[in-house]
Write a protein that binds this ligand. Structure first.
Ligand SMILES: *Cc1c(COP(=O)(O)O)cnc(C)c1O
Length: 379
C-alpha cells in the first residue's frame, strides 16, 4: 500500500460484529471474560481498547513500524519514553526543542538524576563532543521548533547505532506524510497527534511507533502501569483526522511556500526561515530526507523587539494568535513569550531564538487571503 491509501486503510477493517465501516467508539472500561483470564484480547480499558488499537495500527502503518502505543498527549508519550532511563543515564537533545519537552526534561527528569546535554544537533562535531560513556539516548526533533533547523536523521541514527545509543525522533512537525524516521534508521518515532495527525485542533494525543520489541514492551508496560491513555472518543477523532492527512498536508505546504516567498521579499522582514527556501542552511538535507518542506514558517523583523512582534500579531485577522500547530486553520505565535517562555532568556538567545521571531502554522485557507492578512499586518 502507498501512503495515501494507508491513511484510509492501514490496520482498518470493518468491525466484526456489525460490519461498521468506521471504527466504533468503544466507550467501556472493562470487558466480559469467558473464564478468569480467558478473553477476546481485552481485559481492562487502561491496558487496551479496540478504538485505540485501530489508531495504533494506523499510525504504525504510516510510520512503517511494527507497533505503536498511543498516549493521552504528546507530553505523556515523551514522559513514557523518558521513564526507560535511570539516574546517571545521559541524554543528548537539541537546544531548539519543543518548550514542553524542554520543561519535562529539565524540571522532572533532571532533578531525578538523568543528565542532559542540549546542543545544536545540526553539527555532528557537537554531538560527538557531547557523547559520554553514559549516553543512552539521542532525542531528535526535525524540523526544530521554532527555528526550523533540519537535523540529518540518517547520520545521527547511524552514530547512535554505532555507539549503542537509542535514537528517538519527535516527528510532530513533519508528520509521516513528509518524513518517516524509521526508514532512515531511527529506533522509534514520536508524535503529538494533537497537531498534523489530528489536524483539526479539537483533540489532544500522543503516540510512539517502533519496530524495536524491547522498546515497545517497555512502553506497553508504561501504558498499563502509569495509565496516561487516550479515551476512545479522542482516538476516534484522531482516526478521523488522519484520513485527510495527505490532502491537508498538500494544501498547507502549497500555502506555506507562497507565504515564505512573500515574507522573504518583504522589506520589513529580517530573516525568513523555511526549509524549502534555497538559502535555508540545511535545504539540501531537507530535500533528501523529507518528501516536502512542511507547513511551518518562521520569520523575524528588522529592529528585533518583542513589542514589534506583538503589535504585528495583534493586527492579523485570519491568522489566529494561539499556541499549537498542524490544524486546518492558520495560527500565529510568538515563541519567546508563549511556547518557549519556560526556556530562560540566555538559553533562548544562545540557541538563536530572536525576540521578534514569529512562528506561523499554515493552514488550508486560500493563499491569497493569508498573504493579504500578513501584508496588512505590516502596516
Ligand atoms: C505539541 C508538541 C508536543 C507536545 O504534545 P502535546 O500533545 O501538546 O502534549 C511535543 N513535541 C512537539 C514537537 C510538539 O509540537
Amino acid at each position: 500500500m502507498r501512503f495515501n491509501t494507508k491513511t484510509i486503510h492501514a490496520g482498518q477493517q470493518p468491525e466484526e460484529t456489525s460490519g461498521a465501516v468506521m471504527p466504533p467508539i468503544f466507550q467501556t472500561s472493562t470487558y466480559a471474560q469467558e473464564a478468569p483470564n480467558v478473553n477476546k484480547g481485552y481485559d481492562y480499558a487502561r491496558v487496551g481498547n479496540p478504538t485505540r488499537t485501530a489508531l495504533e495500527k494506523l499510525i504504525a502503518g504510516l510510520e512503517e513500524a511494527d507497533e505503536c502505543a498511543c498516549f493521552a498527549s504528546g507530553c505523556a508519550a515523551i514522559d513514557a519514553v523518558l521513564k526507560m532511563f535511570r539516574p546517571g543515564d545521559h541524554i543528548i537533545a537539541s537546544n531548539d526543542l519543543y518548550g514542553g519537552t524542554y520543561r519535562l526534561f529539565t524540571r522532572v527528569f533532571e532533578p531525578m538524576g538523568v543528565d542532559f546535554s542540549f546542543i545544536d544537533m545540526t553539527d555532528m562535531a557537537d554531538v560527538e563532543e557531547a557523547q559520554t560513556n553514559q549516553t543512552k539516548l539521542l532525542w531528535i526533533e526535525t524540523p526544530t521548533n521554532p527555528l526550523l533547523r533540519i537535523v540529518d536523521i540518517a547520520e545521527l541514527a547511524t552514530f547512535a547505532r554505532d555507539h549503542d545509543i537509542l535514537s528517538v525522533v519527535d516527528n510532530t512537525f513533519a508528520s509521516p506524510c513528509l518524513q518517516r524516521p524509521l526508514t532512515l534508521g531511527a529506533d522509534a518515532v514520536l508524535h503529538s497527534t494533537t497537531k498534523y495527525l489530528g489536524g483539526h485542533s479539537d483533540v489532544i494525543g500522543g503516540a510512539v511507533a517502533s519496530s524495536n520489541k524491547e522498546v515497545m514492551e517497555q512502553l506497553r508496560f508504561q501504558v498499563k502501569t502509569t495509565g496516561a491513555v487516550p479515551g476512545p472518543m479522542d482516538c476516534y477523532l484522531t482516526l478521523r483526522g488522519i484520513k485527510t492527512l495527505s490532502v491537508r498536508m498538500r494544501e498547507s505546504v502549497k500555502n506555506a511556500k507562497r507565504v515564505a516567498a512573500f515574507l522573504d521579499e518583504h522589506p520589513q522582514v529580517d530573516q525568513t526561515i523555511y526549509p524549502g527556501l534555497q538559502h535555508h542552511p540545511q535545504h539540501d538535507i531537507a530535500e533528501r530526507q523529507m518528501d516536502d518542506f512542511g507547513a511551518m514558517v518562521s520569520f523575524s523583523l528588522k529592529g528585533d523587539s518583542q513589542e514589534q512582534a506583538q503589535a504585528f500579531m495583534s493586527r492579523t485577522s485570519i491568522f489566529t494568535l494561539a499556541e499549537s500547530l498542524g490544524g486546518v486553520e492558520s495560527l500565529i505565535s510568538h515563541p519567546a513569550s508563549m511556547t518557549h517562555a519556560s526556556i530562560p532568556k540566555e538559553v533562548r538567545k544562545k540557541a538563536g531564538l530572536k525576540d521578534s521571531l514569529i512562528r506561523l502554522s499554515i493552514g488550508i485557507e486560500d493563499a491569497d487571503d493569508l498573504v493579504e492578512d500578513l501584508e496588512q499586518a505590516f502596516g
